[in-house]
Structures are given as C-alpha cells and as structure tokens.
Design a protein around this ligand. Structure first.
Ligand code: CO
Length: 212
C-alpha cells in the first residue's frame, strides 16, 4: 500500500540528504530564493521537480487542474503576486501536458457539475480558437493543439496582471514561458512563446503598467 510507504520513503530521503550534506536541512530552513515560478497541472504524472531536476528552494510551484490562471481566481493570482513582488522570480512558466484529463473533459459538451466553471476557462479557449481547432480533422491532433493553446492563453492571463506588467516594465523581468510535457516521451517542449511581442500586442487593450 502506497500510503504506508510514504513515511518510510521520507526517512530514507532525510538520510540521503544528510549523507551528502550534513547541514542540508539547516540551510533549507533559512529561507527560499526560487528564480522560477512554475504553474502546472495537478496530474500525478507530471512531477515537475523530478522531471526538471530542480532542487528544494529553486522553484516556486502552483498546480491545479489543467494549469489555469483564471481572471477571478484569487489562489493563482496570489501565487503570481507573491512570486513576482516578494520572491522576485525571473521566469514564470506555464506548463501543460498532452493527455490532460481537464482539457479532455472540456472538449466534451457535458454537464460536469462543480467542475463546470473551472472547465469553462478551457472551453473559452476552445471558442476563442474555434476556427483553427475545428479545421484539424484528427481528434487527437485537435486535442493536443488545444493543450498548447490553453497554455498560451494562461500566459496571456499572467501577462494581464498589473503586478507582472509593472514589474517587467521596471526591471525587465519576469519573462513568461509556455511549455508542454509529453508523457509519451518524457520530454519538455518549449512552445517558444514570444513574450515581448505578445505583451506589446495585449497592451493595446490590457495595459496596466504605464502608471508605475
Ligand atoms: Co492535466
């Protein structure tokens, strides 16, 4: 039973850390200075620290179903604000993944109860890009493209926040990055989101940074 193993695993982990660095936990307790904010899916297969090799203290992490940053979500907004204003992260990453159950559920026209308002954020992405998506004949290819477009739209949502715009215009960071994890290969894919160009574009409508 997995649950019973967890505390055993933890003891082993503590011993391993102390074996390589006796002061490991004293240093860990001193404070964090992560340079990257990662916003990803809660999916149990997308184990970000493991697959990126980052160490404790190096990455500030927020995970929810389908890696969303909705306009009225106080949770992700607080994470972004804290990471930018207090931790001064240099990069913000939105990472989606192929095989995302949240995105798949949003593609189905079905009442999913309490999940509806959350999944509507993805359905809105689908509607926004309906022309491109409906032209893709292969269902799996369309679904994979929606995973990518959802990540990009969440990048836009992060960019629409005043704290991100003001901080970027003043200091030149954080920059925003769109990734997708492909669990069929284990690889992280950089979607090469053109942050500077996209920010210029959206500032025509969403500019909140000029009064800083
Ligand atoms: Co997912």
């Amino acid at each position: 039973m997995l649950y019973n193993q967890i505390f055993e695993n933890n003891k082993r982990w503590v011993a391993e850390k102390k074996a390589t660095d006796e002061q490991f936990f004293e240093h860990l307790a001193e404070g964090q200075s992560p340079t990257v904010l990662y916003i990803g899916c809660s999916d149990s297969r997308v184990t970000v620290e493991e697959l990126t090799g980052v160490k404790p203290g190096e990455m500030f992490v927020h995970r929810n179903i389908a890696n969303l940053v909705p306009n009225n979500d106080n949770n992700s907004a607080s994470v972004v604000l804290y990471a930018v204003e207090h931790l001064h992260v240099e990069q913000i990453v939105i990472c989606g993944h192929y095989g995302c159950g949240g995105v798949k559920a949003a593609l189905k026209a079905e009442d999913l109860g309490q999940l509806n308002p959350w999944l509507r954020n993805i359905r809105d992405v689908y509607r926004l890009h309906y022309k491109e998506l409906s032209a893709i004949q292969d269902e799996n290819a369309r679904y994979r493209r929606l995973v990518e477009l959802n990540v990009e739209e969440q990048c836009f949502n992060v960019m629409k926040s005043a704290v991100v715009q003001k901080h970027y215009l003043k200091y030149g960071y954080p920059t925003i990055h769109a990734w997708v994890f492909d669990m069929h290969t284990g690889e992280l894919i950089d979607l090469n989101f053109d942050f500077k160009q996209k920010l210029e574009e959206i500032r025509l409508i969403y500019d909140l940074g000029t009064n800083s």
